[in-house]
Ligand binder design. Sequence first.
Ligand code: B12
Length: 213
Amino acid sequence: MQDLKTLSDAIINGDFKTARATTEQALASGVGPVILVQDYMVPAMNEVGRRFECNEYFVPELLLAARAMKSALELIRPLLSATGVQPVGRVVLGTVKGDLHDIGKNLVASMLEGGGYEIIDLGVNVSPEQFVSAVQEKDVQIVAMSALLTTTMASMKQTIEALEQAGIRNRVKILIGGAPVTERYAREIGADGYSESAAAAASLAKQVLNPIS
Ligand code: B12
């Protein structure tokens, strides 16, 4: 089997063909999808972020890396999602207003689907009003928000305030995540849960819905 460093390198170098081919081979030879994501793909994106931070990479390189990550994830997502299971809860999910990063959000969606949750994905750049309407219109138990920019984290707080103003805050549990988000910030803005990884999202959802079990 190929060295899986090839997968990390392909993402870092924005080579989507190699990223996809290596993922295909790794899955065919029995490597678990979660291992591929956690041990190779997410660290590769972190390295891309590091290079961007020290001006070795610029937005075009970020876009190429994101395309490589997404093309590999296309193969992995269906494997993370359960099929034919009765939903254990409904989650409305989105990347908050002003923020276009969706790779982490999409992974969270897959992991929650894998945990048996039905996902209503509002996409990116989702305003507090859109979250409020979704909760008013659908029977959802969880609102999950993702933010990757320090400047857009504030929109999580604004969304919680908008839910409070609409009188529906207590109808749902609120989960937040994304690279700059912390447990402390979650507590500060009154969210019900935070996790630093998508892998923990399903158990976190279960925990906030059934705190004693
Ligand atoms: C790829 C990328 C982009 C791509 C996004 C493509 C896409 N479709 O998503 C593009 C090129 C569009 C982009 C644009 C920008 N980006 Co950018 N980007 C990144 C990069 C390199 C990787 C992000 C990523 O996909 N990571 C991989 C995923 C899997 O990780 P994740 O998103 O963190 O998600 C995980 C967890 O956080 C968690 N999680 C995420 N959401 C949720 C939600 C819940 C409920 C839970 C429980 C868990 C959870 O689970 C996930 C899996 O474990 C990061 C660097 C980094 N290390 O984060 C910079 C980064 C986020 N970007 C940054 C910047 C500055 C920008 C731009 C402003 C650049 C510019 N000058 O234009 C723009 C902003 C555009 C906008 N309005 O959103 C900065 C942010 C700095 C800051 N402090 O705010 C970073 C940190 C880079 C850096 N080191 O400087 N970017």
